[in-house]
Write a protein that binds this ligand. Structure first.
Ligand code: M6R
Length: 618
């Protein structure tokens, strides 16, 4: 949460502020409660900060322009300690205005530090945990005489998770960062350098980036980057090239990022499949650098993830258990970490995350590895903490996902876990080669099928428009349709602020059916009639149960399934698809419905209230 950007260039100019403001517009998806900037020029520090979205800060800067500068730092906030007000916005300056800091994370010992500083006469200007870091840093800077040493001294005193960036009033050619658990990457420019909470911060200027490790301090000047641990010892770094450019993170003619990202889905699935099979149709996952003997001996898989990524894990469970005959548990990462789970060296943990920075998932990974399990990350963001801290990373190639509500990353995650399942089946010899080839051929057809669903979006958009005053919507599914129902409900909740619940269709009669009254809209995800007939027929019975009680049934069904017609007020057709792969098409109408309904209500589809794209606090 919170987006951070730091920039340093050779000459004093308007560029630092322009770079930082452009970066904040890209980083807003990480949090948008307030935004602020600080620049360092001839006259020392100058800053501006405002509650609200970035346009409030833009207005402030138009009214009161800042001096030219050679370095600048910016922040967009998702509030934790202290409400979303002007004074709690970052940057925070020390009382003597010698240093300014921005922060992402939570300083868990801020109360003790605050007391200590108050006893020394420091007056606090905000209710944030961050402000203690500004005052501590000013004190250390006075004592030690340089900002990197001062930052290391402060970092050693802080508990919790943090990325901190700092500048000093008397040094316009240096930005110093520190990270523990929260994300920070370096962008390598020519005669200029960058720090960002993710590569989106500087992708318009460079695609060369450096990963930073845990507990490291980085100092950038126009021509140098140096990285140490908190004790001051030089630390190793790894350079990587970002494989997308700034054009991938613009709306490209769509009204919202979410609209664009829904339309990106065929490519997200295609790119995730690309280059992972040999010409002979054998799966080859080069990134899976875990000894084959270990993967053969795995006796349990635990998927850890949160939100939409966890629903991708639910789909994976059905597929991997069916193909590999290995038991798969799916666990919300925050529950896994704190319930003393049974994990052994034979457990394979699969951590799924778009951002690669979800703190709950990071903690789950750490816990699993401490117990001796191997962790495979299914992750979209190169160089992210989850990718680095796992034993292997199987990348989804969805490209940058900017809208807070996940869409294309979900489809890419499902696709990657299919590949993982088929790879394990191949390795363990539990499926015939031609069976695996058959599934891979079906997977290759999925981008075109997803496109077909997107092409028919008009109908579902029209329905959403008509339903904009709806107060509650239920979603039902069985088997892989169940996680699809859960995802459909989550999309509607987070985008349209409508009460929505997803249920396993069979569970309805055990209680939730009491919610059904006349006119209650119920989406039902119907499995293929060509697959396991029993499943299909059971869902038709479930539709009848709710319909008999007055529900308005809105059905997602496979084209040609004439049996559904008599049970549904409306049918949204998706192409014929093998049951296990069906979530890739069945969820698309539900995404479009939520996006269109939120739009019809005049809501901010890309930045729903109270949410942030990357949840870097527990
Ligand atoms: O970056 P991650 O995939 O780890 O994020 C996990 C969840 O926070 C995320 O999927 C969240 O539920 C989205 N808002 C869903 O649209």
């Amino acid at each position: 949460m919170c987006g951070i950007i730091g920039y340093v260039g050779a000459e004093a100019s308007d560029r630092p502020l322009a770079v930082v403001m452009e970066a904040l517009s890209r980083l807003q998806y990480r949090g948008y409660d307030s935004a602020g900037v600080v620049v360092v020029g001839e006259a020392g520090l100058a800053h501006a900060k405002k509650a609200g979205k970035l346009d409030a800060l833009e207005g402030e800067l138009a009214a009161r322009p800042l001096q030219t500068a050679s370095c600048a730092v910016g922040h967009t906030r998702w509030a934790t300690h202290g409400g979303p007000t002007d004074r709690n916005a970052h940057p925070h300056l020390s009382q003597d205005e010698s240093v300014a800091v921005v922060h992402n994370g939570i300083l868990e010992n801020h109360a003790t530090l605050r007391q200590e500083l108050r006893a020394e006469g420091v007056e606090f200007a905000s209710e944030t945990d961050t402000e203690v870091a500004a005052h501590l840093l000013a004190r250390a800077y006075r004592d030690l005489g340089n900002l990197p040493d001062a930052m290391r001294a402060v970092a050693r005193r802080l508990e919790g998770a943090f990325t901190l960036l700092a500048v000093a009033a008397d040094n316009p050619k240096e930005v110093v960062g520190a990270r523990r658990t929260s994300p920070l990457v370096v962008g390598l420019g020519q005669g200029e350098n960058f720090l960002g909470s993710d590569v989106a911060a500087f992708i318009a200027h460079t695609n060369r980036a450096l990963e930073l490790g845990q507990d490291q301090v980085v100092t950038i000047t126009p021509t140098s980057v140096s990285v140490t641990d908190f004790a001051g010892n030089p630390a190793p770094t790894r350079e990587f090239t970002v494989d997308w450019d700034a054009s991938a993170a613009v709306k490209g003619g769509f009204a919202t990022f979410m609209d664009k990202e829904i339309h990106d889905q065929p490519d997200a699935v295609r790119d995730t499949l690309l280059g992972r099979t040999t010409p002979q149709g054998r799966l080859q996952l080069d990134e899976l650098r875990i000894e084959e003997s270990l993967l053969r001996s795995v006796d349990k898989i635990i998927v850890v993830a949160c939100g939409t990524a966890a629903y991708a894990g639910h789909v994976a469970k059905y597929a991997i258990e069916h193909w590999c005959r290995i038991p798969v548990e799916v666990e919300l990462a925050h529950e896994f970490r704190y319930r003393d789970p049974i994990v052994t060296v034979k457990t394979l943990v699969v951590a799924i995350s778009q951002s690669g920075e979800t703190m709950d998932t990071i903690q789950a990974i750490r816990h699993a590895r401490e117990q001796g399990a191997k962790v495979v990350a299914v992750v979209n963001t190169m160089g992210s903490t989850i990718a680095r801290e796992s034993d292997a990373a199987l990348y989804t190639h969805a490209g940058p996902e900017v809208a807070v509500a996940s869409t294309k990353a979900f489809l890419a995650q499902i696709t990657a876990t299919y590949l993982l399942g088929l790879y394990l089946a191949q390795l363990r010899g539990v499926m015939f080669a031609d069976e695996i080839r058959g599934v891979l051929e079906e997977l290759d057809l999925m981008p075109a099928k997803i496109q077909e669903v997107i092409n028919s979006e008009g109908e579902i958009r029209a329905l959403a428009e008509r339903m904009k005053d709806t107060r509650s919507v239920l979603f039902l599914g069985r088997h892989v349709g169940f996680p699809v129902a859960l995802e459909g409900a989550l999309k509607l909740k987070e985008l349209a602020y409508i009460h929505a619940e997803g249920f396993a269709a069979g569970e309805l009669k055990h209680g939730p059916i009491a919610l059904i009254e006349d006119g209650q809209p119920v989406f039902v995800v119907v499995p293929s009639p060509r697959g396991r007939d029993v499943l299909h027929d059971k869902v038709l019975s479930n539709i009848q149960e709710v319909r008999a009680r007055g529900a308005l049934t809105l059905v997602v069904a496979e084209r040609g399934d004439r049996a559904v017609l008599e049970h549904a007020e409306r049918v949204f057709w998706v192409p014929q698809t093998p049951t296990l792969l069906a979530p890739l098409v069945a969820v698309v109408p539900l995404q479009i419905f939520a996006c269109a309904l939120a739009g019809a209500k005049g809501l901010d589809v890309d930045q729903p209230r109270n949410l942030a794209k990357s949840v870097t606090v527990e």
